[in-house]
Ligand binder design. Structure first.
Ligand code: GDP
Ligand code: IMO
Ligand code: MG
Length: 422
C-alpha cells in the first residue's frame, strides 16, 4: 500500500503542478481528489509552460496513469478543451486517463450562479468556475454525475428538473434570463461519446492498483487555508484540499497513505479576498509579484503577496499531518537584503497561542517577524544542497526548526530539473 498525498500548505499556487510532475518520474498513478477547473497547475518542461486545470499533473510522463477522482467537480467543456490541448502536444490520453463515474458535473448554470453571487454583498473573489454551486448541488443530492451523461434518458430527466429549479432562481431571485432546456440537453448529450472511453470506477481501479503494489500520488488542488472546514471560512473554496480529502475524494482507505508532502512557497500568496496577515501592500509585495510572476494561472488575476507565515503554516502542517515539505520558489527571494518570517501573531498586545480561523480575529492580528539575512545570489543553477549559499541554507533550516518538519525538496526554478532533493 503506497499512497503519497501532495497538498498545498498555504492558499494555493504553491507549485503543486511542478512538484507532482517532478515526482511522477517514479510514480505509477497520479490522482486528483477535489476541486475543479478553479485549479491551475503549471508544469514547465524545457521552455514551455502547460497549465492543467483538471487533468492530473503526471500526464506528461508516458508511463503514468491519471485519475480524476469522485471528489472532483468536472466541467465537461473545460475537460474536453484540456484533453485537446494536451493531445495537441503529442500526449497520448487513451488508456491513461480514468474519470470517476461518481464525479459531479459542473453545468453552465453553476458558473452563472457563481458569478451572480459574486456581485452580491459577500464577495469571496471566486474563480467564477461554478465550483461552489456545483458542490451545493452535490450535497443537496440534486447533482448530476458523470455516470448520468452516459444514459440519455436519465440525463434528460435530471437536467430538466435542475434547470426548472435554476430558472426559478435566475428569473425570480436575480431577474436574469432563463436557460433554454432543450439547447442545454442537446449540448450535454454530445459529451457522452467523448467522455465514455475514460469513465470507470476509479475507486476500484485505485484499490486494485494498490493491491498490486503500485505507487500512487494523490494530487490536491488549492491549499489547506482554502479548505471549507479548516481554512479561513468563508473566504475558502468549497471542497477539502487538506489531506483527509484525498481518501474521500478517491475512495481509498486512510491505511493506504504512506506520506503527506506539503508544498510550501518560500513566501506567501493569496488570490481572491480574505484575511492575509503577512500581506505586503508595498514595494516588497510588488517585487515578490513581479519576480515570482504571481498572476493567477486560471484567471490571470494578480496574486496578493507577502512574507512566509509560520503561524498559519504550523496549523496547516498539523491539520494535514504533513511529514515532509517541498519548499518552492526559493529563487524568487534571491535579491532581497532581508527576508522576514512571521513567527507569531499579536492581538491587543498579547501573543496568540494558536491560529485563529475566524476571519474577524485573523483580520486584526499583528504579525511578529524574525528577519533573516538574504543571500543576494542567483540560486536557480544549484542542483545540490551544498551548492546553495550559506544564508539560503540558513533560511531553509530556520523553516525546518520553526516547523519541526523536514524540507526534503527545494525548488529553485519552474523547470523540472531546477530541483534539489535532500
Ligand atoms: P499550483 O497551483 O500549486 O500548481 O501552482 P501554480 O502553477 O498556480 O503557480 C506556481 C507558479 O510558479 C507556476 O508559474 C510555476 O511554473 C512556478 N514555479 C513553480 N516552482 C517554482 C520555483 O521553484 N521557482 C520559480 N521561479 N517558479 C516556480
Ligand atoms: P490551485 O490548485 C489559488 C481561491 C479563489 C477564491 C477562493 C474560492 O491552482 O492552487 P472558488 O472558485 O474555488 O470558489 O474560489 O479560492 N482559489 C484558488 N486560489 N489557487 C487555486 O487553485 C485556487 N482555486 C480557488 O481565488 O479566493
Ligand atoms: Mg495554481
Amino acid at each position: 500500500m503506497s499512497v503519497s498525498i501532495i497538498v498545498g500548505a498555504q492558499w494555493g499556487d504553491e507549485g503543486k503542478g511542478k512538484i507532482v510532475d517532478m515526482l511522477s518520474e517514479d510514480i505509477d498513478i497520479v490522482a486528483r481528489y477535489q476541486g475543479g477547473a478553479n485549479a491551475g497547475h503549471t508544469v514547465c518542461i524545457g521552455d514551455k509552460n502547460y497549465v492543467l486545470h483538471l487533468i492530473p499533473s503526471g500526464i506528461f510522463h508516458k508511463h503514468v496513469k491519471c485519475v480524476i477522482g469522485n471528489g472532483v467537480v468536472i466541467d465537461p467543456v473545460a475537460l474536453m478543451e484540456e484533453i485537446k490541448m494536451v493531445q495537441s502536444f503529442g500526449v497520448k490520453i487513451d488508456g491513461r486517463l480514468f474519470i470517476s463515474h461518481n464525479a459531479h458535473l459542473i453545468m453552465p448554470y453553476h458558473k452563472l450562479l457563481d458569478n451572480i453571487r459574486e456581485q452580491g454583498s459577500q464577495k469571496i473573489g471566486t474563480t467564477g468556475r461554478g465550483i461552489g454551486p456545483a458542490y451545493i448541488d452535490k450535497y443537496m443530492r440534486t447533482g448530476i454525475r458523470v455516470v448520468d451523461l452516459l444514459d440519455r434518458k436519465v440525463l434528460r430527466e435530471k437536467l430538466t428538473r435542475n434547470i426548472e429549479e435554476k430558472n426559478q432562481i435566475l428569473s425570480k431571485v436575480y431577474g436574469k434570463t432563463e436557460i433554454d432546456i432543450e439547447q442545454l440537453i442537446n449540448e450535454y448529450q454530445e459529451f457522452d461519446k467523448q467522455i465514455d472511453p475514460f469513465v470507470t470506477d476509479t475507486s476500484a481501479y485505485l484499490n486494485n492498483a494498490l493491491r498490486k503494489k503500485k505507487k500512487v500520488l494523490a494530487e490536491g488542488a488549492q491549499g489547506a487555508l482554502l479548505d471549507v472546514d479548516h481554512g479561513t471560512y468563508p473566504y475558502v473554496t468549497s471542497s477539502n484540499p487538506t489531506s483527509g480529502g484525498a481518501c474521500t475524494g478517491l475512495g481509498i482507505p486512510p491505511t493506504s497513505v504512506k506520506s503527506i508532502i506539503g508544498i510550501v512557497k518560500a513566501y506567501s500568496t493569496r488570490v481572491g479576498n480574505g484575511p492575509f496577515p503577512t500581506e505586503q501592500i508595498n514595494e516588497t509585495g510588488e517585487t515578490l509579484r513581479t519576480i515570482g510572476h504571481e498572476f493567477g494561472a486560471t484567471t490571470g488575476r494578480p496574486r496578493r503577496t507577502g512574507w512566509l507565515d509560520m503561524v498559519s503554516l504550523k496549523y496547516s502542517l498539523m491539520v494535514n499531518g504533513i511529514n515532509e515539505i517541498a519548499l518552492t520558489k526559493l529563487d524568487v527571494l534571491d535579491d532581497f537584503d532581508n527576508i522576514n518570517i512571521c513567527v507569531a501573531y499579536k492581538k491587543d498586545g498579547k501573543i496568540l497561542k494558536s491560529f485563529p480561523t475566524d476571519v474577524q480575529t485573523l483580520e486584526s492580528v499583528e504579525p511578529v517577524y524574525r528577519s533573516c539575512n538574504g543571500w543576494k545570489k542567483k540560486i536557480s543553477d544549484a542542483r545540490k544542497w551544498k551548492q546553495l549559499p550559506k544564508n539560503t541554507m540558513k533560511y531553509v533550516e530556520m523553516i525546518e526548526k520553526l516547523s519541526g518538519v523536514k524540507v526534503s525538496v527545494v525548488s529553485v526554478g519552474a523547470r523540472r530539473d531546477q530541483t534539489i532533493v535532500r
